[in-house]
Design a protein. Structure first.
Length: 604
């Protein structure tokens, strides 16, 4: 379904398309606010015929990801939950946190929704069993090298130096796997025996180390607070509605333990029944996650077999979607629903409070500046450079008092040389509004979709990170384009703290403890942070220049493979022709270039 601008606003599927579409246009008091609002905006339809329901479901998911329609359930596909990864396909495995799940022969534990707890767990594991953290290709028969600092800090057993055998090292790895899978009983028993033995021998320092290990393991285990009888991967999905909005809650059960949970807020969806919501929610959620469990429990579901087939295709093995009517699975679903209720109530209380504070702050701002109406969209600008080097400009956007990250924009200064903040600001504002006017024209002529118009939305107020000079530059640019937008400057005192606003050549001092000042400070801090971050990334990219980049016939992939194999530029310099040719992606021509480069430059 598309609106008058040609934007895709909804994607759906149906066995009998005519009947499904007719339902939307029938007068019905049962229609949700979402459906009523959507129908008002439908201008045209486009349909695709598939050979099966499964193809239709897969196509629906793909189109939703592509167009992000306003009236579909949209979940962030780029949000991958953290896993603990053990590289068991290496002779000397590593343990670390990753958000990239892959079927690569390694062991993954998760997903976990509490990122802090995951990192704390890995830190505890490293204290218990100091495995290597480097990415060097270390094999059992590798030639020993000098160990790094981690060994001397007791953070690594130094397999690179041959200080630990593969057999002993893998014992540590297996202990970690046992801890993460809950099979820690034998480990704790052994540690307690060793602690008691050390204590009896009056080796109290040694006994204390065993005690600390026991406490660390117990801490890890306590992070898994709930257990189920079966050691299967299961997800429990339920929801709660307050008559207007819906909160969908998921509990993740991995290896028989509840490892975390997640929730999603669906606004104005209460008029739809549970089965319809979950039928739309499940493909959207599992279409963007790396881990699909064997069993999924829900209170009810529409087209159960179709959803099972879709999940089976995504997982690569059979998935069951079940509707428990009694027993512990039903009890678990009831608990998930109770948590969804608590989450929804807490979330709405906070949202309502924040909305009210932002609304009052914007009204104060409009009254202070005499704007007439509260500015819904505010854009703020800043320039960042160090002595004129790597000058950049940034734009941040606040809507209804909240940051809208998707509309943030960065500008690398192209025409200004040196530290000239005024002319740099003129350049980025000129680029921003000239591009915006071009997009508005293209959208009106149907040559561009509104959703792709990155600069087509203009603000009701512009805030400059600076005083009269920056404000006047902005007013000059707007006058050139015949655009009427009020502009104010955010000014700081001698202590570099925001003290007020400059508007129409008049300075307004604002109470530091007021909600309005808090909002202005947030905007100023955010645009400054965004500018500094962008400037720093360009500076680091310029200064962190590897000597390997100067070698002919050695591109990024070859540089990465060389460092993976040899660990440092020094080791690459010492490498023989045979060792270089034994490196992935390095051919004879590249190897000769490497040898010739180090020979002629004498570089280390």
């Amino acid at each position: 379904m598309k609106n008058t601008l040609g934007e895709v606003i909804y994607v759906g599927k149906a066995k009998i398309l005519k009947n499904r579409v007719r339902q939307y246009f029938q007068n019905s008091k049962n229609h949700s606010e979402k459906v009523r609002a959507m129908v008002k905006n439908i201008a045209e339809f486009e349909y695709i015929v598939t050979d099966s329901e499964m193809e239709a479901l897969l196509l629906e998911c793909n189109l939703i990801k592509k167009y992000s329609p306003r009236y579909n359930i949209l979940l962030k596909d780029d949000k991958f939950y953290p896993f603990i990864k053990i590289t068991t396909n290496e002779d000397f495995p590593r343990v670390f946190v990753t958000r990239n799940y892959a079927k690569d022969g390694n062991k993954y534990f998760g997903p976990y929704t509490n990122g802090t707890a995951v990192y704390e767990t890995v830190d505890l594991i490293k204290k218990l069993y100091p495995l290597r953290t480097c990415k060097k290709a270390i094999n059992e028969g590798s030639e020993p090298v000098r160990p790094c600092l981690n060994y001397f800090l007791n953070l690594c057993k130094a397999p690179c130096a041959g200080y630990v055998s593969k057999k002993d090292y893998l014992v540590y790895v297996q202990n970690i796997i046992d801890i993460l899978t809950g099979k820690d009983t034998d480990i704790v028993k052994e540690l307690k025996l060793q602690m008691e033995e050390a204590s009896e021998n009056l080796e109290f320092e040694k006994a204390a180390k065993f005690r600390d290990k026991i406490l660390a393991i117990e801490n890890i285990v306590q992070k898994q607070k709930m257990f189920t009888a079966k050691e299967d991967d299961e997800d429990f999905i339920n929801l709660y509605s307050d008559g207007k909005d819906v909160c969908v809650q998921i509990f993740f059960v991995r290896d028989g333990k509840v490892s975390g949970r997640e929730h999603f807020m669906l606004e104005d969806r209460a008029a739809e029944n549970i089965a319809e919501i979950l039928e739309e929610f499940i493909p959207s959620f599992y279409g963007g996650t790396a881990n699909i469990p064997k069993y999924i429990y829900v209170p009810e579901i529409a087209e159960q077999e179709l959803i099972e087939g879709f999940l089976t295709v995504k997982r690569g093995s059979k998935v069951w979607v079940k509707i428990p009517k009694k027993g512990e699975k039903k009890d678990m679903l009831d608990m998930v629903s109770k948590n969804a209720k608590i989450t929804l109530e807490s979330f709405k209380d906070k949202i309502l409070k924040d909305k009210e504070i932002n609304k009052i702050s914007l009204l104060e701002l409009a009254d202070l500046l005499g704007l007439g109406e509260s500015p819904r969209r505010i854009e703020a600008y800043d320039i960042s450079n160090i002595q004129g080097v790597d000058s950049v400009g940034t734009m941040v956007v606040f809507e209804d008092g909240k940051p809208k990250n998707s509309d943030y924009r960065r500008f690398k200064i192209k025409t200004v040389k040196g530290a000239n903040d005024y002319e740099s600001m003129r350049e980025i504002l000129t680029r921003r509004f000239s591009r915006g006017l071009e997009e508005v024209k293209a959208i009106s002529e149907r040559n561009l979709e509104l959703s792709k118009g990155k600069f087509s939305f203009f603000p009701e107020l512009i805030m400059m990170d600076g005083g009269k000079g920056q404000v006047n530059i902005a007013l000059e640019v707007l006058k050139e384009f015949n655009i009427d937008i009020p502009v104010c400057g955010m000014v700081k005192d001698d202590k570099h703290q925001t003290r007020g606003l400059i508007f129409n050549n008049e300075e307004f001092i604002i109470n530091r403890s007021s909600n309005l000042m808090h909002m202005i400070t947030r905007i100023q801090d955010e645009v400054h942070r965004f500018a500094i971050t962008y400037h720093r990334s360009l500076r680091d990219k310029r200064t962190l220049h590897s000597i390997l980049e100067d070698i002919p016939n050695v591109g990024e992939k070859r540089r990465r493979n060389l460092l993976m194999k040899f660990g440092s530029v020094e080791n690459i310099r010492k490498a023989t022709m045979e060792e270089l040719l034994d490196t992935a992606s390095i051919d004879k021509k590249a190897a000769e270039s490497i040898l010739q480069f180090f020979k002629t430059s004498g570089s280390k």
